[in-house]
Design a protein around this ligand. Structure first.
Ligand code: PXG
Length: 464
């Protein structure tokens, strides 16, 4: 039974919502006129809205509900911790058992050479921590001029001032005079956008990585502190780099001695079929940002895994690191994270994505290339992208996109909503990141829904 304050009709919820709630990344006026969709409950990979519609959640909430909804061990961990010690801070030389136990667990699950963690409540705060930590690292080493962080256009690293600056989203930079000084960008390794005619994926990957070296030389190698990137760009549209890209990035970082930061807020905790995306793509980062999947989104938690290169300097040289948050190491969040990570292990979800559901999804996605609307279909683990096109590429001509005024992605997203499927539109790329508990039968169910929505979109856009 819902408590009485949650018993309202859809219309009542929408009116209250429009009257009081400013949603993130939203045109407030347009949403108030239209009315929000109200989600009231969830189980497994399904959501239900306030009108009782069942919805297939192919976005895991917002790339986070890795173990699916309704998992008892997480609920019990939260309840137990709320009863025992709902909050205590980690400032002033104190700690709580869940924060310590999770730090130990993370050191076991993370790649070799990661023994320490700094906690935050979100991915954005994690990346703010990265900015402050890499600059502190170079300061302590006496290389104070090393301040610049190189990131990529169309990256997403959060929405705080530093997070949005690290990100490469023009719409975000426009609203706030961003990026802040000391953050510069290179182009993304997006093959279909940036490859030259006839260039292989592998050659393109190496060329895209060379843009990092060019930028280091332009800024001055003694001024560059770090390079940050998502193994696979998530919010930018599931941009999967060629396999040659990350090893070359690693080589360049090593050559110039700059820190490598892997933003694993989306790729972490099994999404790519590995515990961390850097393991899938063969890099040895110095810092790893995480959030989302660490608790499967049940409660907010984020942070930075700190590799030995940085940790040894910050710990051994001593001195305060003047940074942290009220909720750094929140005991309830850490208890839930611990239960979540143990469940991912017990269910073998990382291996399942790598060996079973990931390859099966890839196979099914490849078949979508037969659909007239689909110009590209790519997956990595349990992330996938479809590019909607008006005409497919041929041997002699590139694919023809829909004019942006058509809003093909939004048309498709509308059909998905109406047919009980949550897929996200990034321009004309339709993307998914379903819960890692997804079975092959549920992939079949999802593919049926996707095909239906593609058919409806094709008919609406072409009249055929
Ligand atoms: N880094 C990456 C790679 C992310 O994807 C963040 C940092 C920031 O995390 P927080 O917890 O501060 O939101 C993210 C978040 C979308 C979407 O529409 C993606 C994110 C957040 C909101 C919307 O795809 N990613």
């Amino acid at each position: 039974m819902a408590p009485p304050q949650f018993e309202h009709s859809t219309a009542q919820w929408q009116a209250l919502d429009a009257a009081h709630f400013l949603h993130p990344f939203t045109d407030f006026k347009a949403l108030a006129a239209k009315g929000s969709r109200i989600i009231t409950r969830a189980d497994g990979i399904y959501l239900w809205d306030s009108d009782g519609h069942k919805i297939f959640d192919a976005m895991s909430g917002l790339w986070c509900v890795n173990v699916g909804y309704g998992q008892r061990p997480l609920i019990e961990a939260a309840t137990h911790q709320l009863e025992t010690l709902p909050f205590y801070n980690a400032f002033f030389q104190t700690a709580t058992p869940p924060a310590i136990a999770l730090a130990h667990k993370l050191s076991q699950l993370s790649p070799p050479g990661f023994e320490h963690v700094f906690y935050t409540s979100s991915g954005s705060e994690g990346n703010d921590t990265v900015v402050r930590m890499v600059r502190r690292y170079w300061d302590v080493l006496g290389q104070k001029s090393r301040k610049t962080i190189i990131s990529r256009r169309n990256a997403y690293h959060g929405s705080t001032v530093a997070g949005a600056s690290l990100g490469g989203m023009p719409d975000m930079h426009e609203q706030g005079d961003l990026p802040i000084p000391g953050i510069v960008h290179i182009d993304q390794p997006h093959y279909s956008e940036h490859a030259q005619p006839g260039e292989s994926r592998d050659d393109f990957g190496r060329r895209a990585a060379s843009w990092l070296e060019a930028k280091i030389l332009e800024v001055g190698a003694d001024k560059v502190a770090a390079f940050i990137g998502e193994p696979v760009q998530g919010a930018g549209g599931v941009i999967i780099p060629p396999d040659t890209y990350w090893p070359e990035i690693q080589r360049i970082c090593d050559q110039y001695g700059i820190l490598l930061v892997s933003d694993e807020v989306i790729c972490g905790f099994g999404r790519t079929g590995y515990w961390f995306g850097c393991e899938r793509f063969g890099t040895r980062p110095d810092l790893i940002t995480f959030a989302k999947g660490v608790t499967s989104g049940y409660v907010p938690l984020g942070g930075v895994l700190v590799g030995e290169r940085v940790a040894r300097v910050l710990i051994d040289q001593g001195g305060d690191f003047n940074h942290g948050y009220t909720y750094s190491g929140h005991p309830v969040a850490c208890a839930v994270a611990l239960a979540n990570l143990e469940l991912i292990e017990q269910m073998g979800l990382v291996q399942r994505v790598r060996h079973e559901t990931g390859p099966y999804l890839a196979q099914q996605y490849a078949k979508l290339l037969e659909h007239p609307l689909v110009g590209e279909a790519e997956t990595c683990g349990l992330m996938g992208a479809l590019k909607l096109v008006r005409r497919k590429a041929t041997d002699t001509s590139p694919a023809e996109p829909f004019p942006s005024s058509v809003g093909a992605g939004m048309v498709c997203r509308g059909h998905c909503f109406a047919n009980g499927l949550i897929m996200r539109a990034v321009g004309d790329r339709m993307i998914i990141a379903p819960p890692l508990v997804l079975t092959c039968e549920q992939i079949d169910e999802m593919m049926g829904l996707i095909r239906k929505c593609l058919d409806l979109t094709w008919t609406e856009l072409t009249g055929v």
